[in-house]
Design a protein around this ligand. Structure first.
Ligand code: PGA
Length: 243
């Protein structure tokens, strides 16, 4: 039976929001002393790494799998680390959908990030169509297995998975907490079977200060990945105060 970590991991995903002035205002208004993670635009990584308090860990939202090379518009793991990023979100459904990233490509990025010493938050989740046609289990299984490839349990110790049902992202239709808990249990058992290791699994999709507690009360939900509600410092602080 997978165990729940007693200290929830709370991650904000700012997506393509905030200029440096807006981000700086957020940092100055941030009050929580709980550890939190903030995944920001590339331009914000270096300045925020310098001004964020030590309990606020700055990371990125994407990267390329190559070490370096002629890949116009891309960014490498080494560049992210150089800028101060401690972690990277990979395989977010917005990358999979809008930028046609498949699990084979994501697997290469996961391997590269871990090799370069960046922690990884790997996102998986089903669409509404897949959920309604009873394919959730199949989709989660294939996304987890294909995105992690042959990585060993030892390599995966710096990896966290985020279960983000696509139909719940940015829609206000958050997934029922018990339903999310079952998906988390499934994801943990898939990883345990393939790599003989335990992973933390975060829930993401329309999390807000009102519903955050219901997820954190579930035994297989180890934290939250928060989009919209992480943009406002008061609501992000409020979620952290529930932990
Ligand atoms: P949301 O986004 O909280 O705005 O639904 C979550 C995410 O995409 O990580």
């Amino acid at each position: 039976m997978p165990t729940k970590s007693h200290d929830a991991m709370i991650v904000g995903n700012w997506k393509m929001y905030k200029t440096l002035a807006e981000a700086t205002e957020f940092i100055h208004g941030f009050k929580s002393s709980h550890e939190a993670y903030l995944s920001v635009a590339f331009t914000l990584i270096q300045p925020l790494s310098k001004i964020a308090p030590p309990n606020l860990i700055i990371g990125a939202q994407n990267m390329n799998d190559a070490t370096e090379g002629a890949f116009t518009g891309e960014i490498s793991a080494r560049m992210l680390k150089d800028a101060g990023a401690k972690f990277v979100i990979l395989g977010h459904s917005e990358r999979r959908t809008f930028f046609k990233e498949d699990s084979a490509f994501i697997q290469k990025k996961v391997a590269k990030a871990l090799t370069e010493g960046l922690s990884v938050i790997l996102c998986v989740g089903e669409t509404l169509d897949q959920k309604e046609s009873g394919e959730t289990k199949k989709i989660l299984e294939s996304e987890v297995v294909e995105s992690l490839g042959n990585l060993s349990g030892d390599q995966l110790k710096n990896l966290t998975i985020a279960y983000e049902p696509i139909w719940a992202i940015g829609t206000g239709h958050a997934c029922d907490a018990k339903e999310a808990n079952s998906a988390h249990e499934l994801i943990k058992s898939i990883v345990e079977k393939m790599a003989k290791t335990k992973v933390k699994v975060l829930y993401g999709g329309s999390v807000n200060p009102e519903n955050a507690g219901s997820y954190l009360a579930q035994n297989n939900i180890d934290g939250l990945l928060i989009g919209g509600a992480s943009l406002n410092v008061a609501s992000f602080d409020k979620i952290l105060s529930i932990v």
